[in-house]
Design a binder for this molecule. Structure first.
Ligand code: FAD
Ligand code: SF4
Length: 510
């Protein structure tokens, strides 16, 4: 028997049962291919981060005496797609079996199924042993139901896995602490400096340049900041529980100029590549809370656990339930293109300038920047969801289709018409000002709705509701807004719509 096992770039789970023993009959294959670097225009740190983590993973397997074939981007024999490389290797070395782990991406799932179907040797598929829920678990849970409430799925996951539970009841008697977790950062509060790494990835970046891979954003190639292996990922987890968890919940929705990660964990890349598991992340956080109850209040911990066994598992479940249709949904029939400053950060809007510049610089923005700044703006001005998806899929270090598309098309753009969210996440300047320190130093005036330097969010907000009245007015969570709109004086309405119209015609100059 000769078995070839494929490991994809986001399957770097060293704790997987595949690796529990050394087997001479098994060879692992990993490859850096153009089909992966080119399916979106990725951030340079994202491509470098994935390849660095893959190389490290392969080296580690070899140190443990596993047999590994690793195809680098610039290897002459690399045919630059999974299928082409696999065909050559399977035939050249006379493998008798082919095995792979369930991909998390629909695109790769179809590709590997089709590839496996045409093989003449037996094929076996394994679970990735990473997520709490199976692919179809959310679909089964909501079977026959019209709505897909995250909260009910989250509670079911807590019960099933007995996380922060006493029998069927939550440990503290309360499920949801969102109400405690929406604080603005006090003006004088200086958040902890994020832990970053200083890995040299210049070899990879040079190879990327040689092969003309088109990327976005910038990189300090000799001081790569993201974790690229399990040890660094665990170090980041330790830093998070010690320094960030005590204030995670309180400031999870806060924003501040030049503070690029606040109390967020920045563990999404480590988890999405499976260098660490969601279970160990949660267990470590719970242990810290148990050990240091005087430092960590329960609402901070619950806020964190909710993101991981709630939102993360939920989004994956929605993905497998609704793909491939999900990727084409466009509830509002939006058609605009993203303004060019999404790739340069050159806008006078302070909140957007900050969120975009830090995304280009770090390949990262935290959730509320993605949702309530860039996402909010794209939705208000009616950008086509394909455009929005491509931007988010490219720019973030943690962006993989299953979690990018559900968050972008679903949560942020409401292009799914309300599968993930119950109403569109849009706001005027008031919300951004409430949660951030951006408006004070902005070119625009947060308090002005029309006229010179009026904050664009204010008129665009009403324009959005006006434009989509047919689709939204019946939504019980929005009805109130329409009452306000209808009661407004006609001349005020006209002025707001004219202001919005001007901004919509000059998107590139904002
Ligand atoms: P923290 O704030 O520290 O949260 C802890 C963990 O919870 C995260 O690492 C993540 O694994 C999980 N989590 C939190 N919120 C979500 C969520 N809404 N969905 C799924 N998991 C969540 N997340 C990605 O991993 N990849 C993406 O491509 C992605 N694209 C997004 C696009 C948009 C428009 C929006 C609004 C959100 C997106 N998210 C995405 C979700 C979320 O913003 C990121 O997971 C988070 O910002 C990652 O940073 P962190 O690790 O510091 O998170
Ligand atoms: Fe953003 Fe408007 Fe505030 Fe400027 S005034 S930071 S554009 S919300």
């Amino acid at each position: 028997t000769k078995i070839l096992r494929l490991i994809l770039g986001d399957q770097l789970n060293s704790q997987h049962s595949w690796f529990s023993m050394i087997d001479d009959a098994v060879t692992y294959v990993m490859m850096e291919v153009r089909t992966e670097t080119d399916y979106a225009q990725h951030h340079v740190q994202k491509v470098a981060g994935f390849f660095a983590a893959m190389r490290h993973f392969a080296d580690n397997l070899q140190v443990q005496k596993h047999k590994v074939i690793y195809l680098k981007l610039t290897d002459k024999s690399n045919l630059q797609s999974f299928e082409a490389n696999l065909n050559v290797i399977l035939e050249r070395d006379n493998y008798t079996h082919f095995e792979y782990q369930l991909p998390d991406e629909y695109r790769l799932d179809i590709m590997l199924k089709e590839f496996a179907n045409q093989l003449l040797i037996p094929v076996q598929v394994f679970d990735t042993e990473h997520f709490f829920a199976a692919r179809n678990e959310l679909g089964d849970f909501f079977e026959g139901k019209k709505s897909f409430l995250m909260e009910s799925f989250y509670r079911a996951m807590r019960k099933k896995h007995q996380i922060l539970m006493e029998g069927n009841n939550p440990t503290t008697g309360q499920w949801n602490y969102d109400g405690d977790n929406r604080k603005k950062l006090p003006k004088t509060h200086k958040p902890i400096d994020p832990l970053v790494f200083n890995t040299d990835v210049s070899e990879i970046v040079n190879e990327m340049a040689k092969t003309n891979i088109k990327t976005i954003g910038t990189i300090d190639a000799t001081n790569f900041i993201w974790p690229i292996n399990r040890t660094q990922s665990l170090e980041l987890l330790e830093f998070f529980v010690a320094e960030c968890l005590p204030l995670f919940g309180s400031y999870q929705d806060a924003m501040s100029p030049n503070e690029w990660s606040l109390y967020h964990s920045r563990l999404s890349f480590s988890m999405n590549t499976k260098m660490i598991s969601p279970l160990e992340v949660i267990q470590r956080a719970i242990m810290e809370w148990k050990d240091k109850p005087e430092r960590i209040e329960y609402n901070q911990l619950e806020g964190f656990v909710r993101q991981i066994i709630g939102w993360r598992e939920y989004m994956r479940g929605i993905y497998w339930l609704k793909m491939p249709e999900y990727a084409t949904m466009n509830f509002f029939n939006h058609q605009e293109k993203l303004p060019h400053w999404f790739w340069t950060g050159k806008t006078k809007m302070n909140c957007l300038k900050d969120a975009i510049n830090q995304s280009l610089h770090y390949a990262y923005a935290h959730h509320i920047q993605r949702l309530m700044v860039t996402g909010n703006f794209a939705l208000l001005v009616g950008i086509h969801p394909d455009e929005v998806d491509a931007w988010y899929l490219g720019i973030y270090i943690d962006a993989i289709d299953w979690v990018e598309i559900t968050n972008t098309r679903g949560m942020s753009q409401f292009a799914d018409g309300g599968i993930v969210g119950t109403k569109p996440y849009v706001s005027s300047a008031a919300y951004i000002d409430k949660m951030s320190h951006y408006c004070g130093s902005c070119f625009y005036n947060k308090a002005k709705k029309v006229g010179d330097k009026a904050c664009p969010f204010n008129s665009l907000y009403w324009n959005f509701y006006d434009r989509h009245e047919d689709q939204l007015a019946k939504n019980p969570r929005i009805g109130m807004m329409y009452n306000v709109w209808r009661k407004m004086k006609p001349e005020d309405k006209t002025a707001l719509l004219q202001q919005a119209d001007y901004y919509l015609k000059h998107l590139n100059e904002l």
